[in-house]
Design a protein around this ligand. Sequence first.
Ligand code: PAF
Length: 287
Amino acid sequence: MSTNTPRIINTVSALREELNRARRDKQRIGFVPTMGNLHQGHLDLVARAAELSECVVVSIFVNPMQFGPHEDFDAYPRTLDVDCQALNATACAIVFAPTVREMYPEGVNTEIDVPKLSTILCGHHRPGHFKGVATVVNKLLNIVQPDIAVFGNKDYQQLQVIRTMVSDLLMPVEIVGADTTREGSGLAMSSRNAYLTDAERTTAALLYACLNRLGVALQNGDKMGVHLKQERDQLRQAGFDLDYLEIRDADDLTRGAEEASRAVILVAARLGKARLIDNLVVDLSAV
Ligand code: PAF
């Protein structure tokens, strides 16, 4: 992997000029959209993009459109300098860090909606969230026009929304899902883990343990109703305010997993100031 100090670009026009040069040099463009406050999980996405392309662009933009009125848009950690330092040690060539005005010069007059997928699970608990995600990702993909774009599997529903948008709108980009990076405890890495106290961080690891127990039960062919109730009760007793713990068809989140060859167990729960999400995909083809 060749590393260098990435160029920081703040405007759409300067980014397009720079990327035209890369394209003239026959470089494949890889893209990793982020909201910054980078951790090892993001750096792993950059490494995956570098395996698949020669010019890796990382965007850092806290997108107001995907936050609800009472959510953490103002509090969301903005750490551009530290993020750029972290990217120095990676194959990232360009950091695109636009302002809100640069991304939404005329406000929001056009929205991208993937309605069936966007109103269930996290979409039910965060109305409008996935419209904000789909719209900004659509804009970012139009700006960067990458060959590939890498997203974390941790945001499983987000990835499905983006895949559906790209497929339905015939967008010429390959969407790549990358494995979730975890702490030693199993806790999925997330910028929002910064909101956890030390004690909450220990409790937070219970989410992944719960997903694994359910995964084993699913592979044993168990009826899942009782297991789900037990696990929901345990998470609540441990102090989580549970939004959902559900099992769905991994290829179509609008369906249950009864007929599925791959299931996904998804959880979203609040702990202290953090809202945490995680998931586990389970192969059911041999069950
Ligand atoms: O996953 C995220 O960090 C954000 O939702 C994304 C994809 C960068 C869009 O703002």
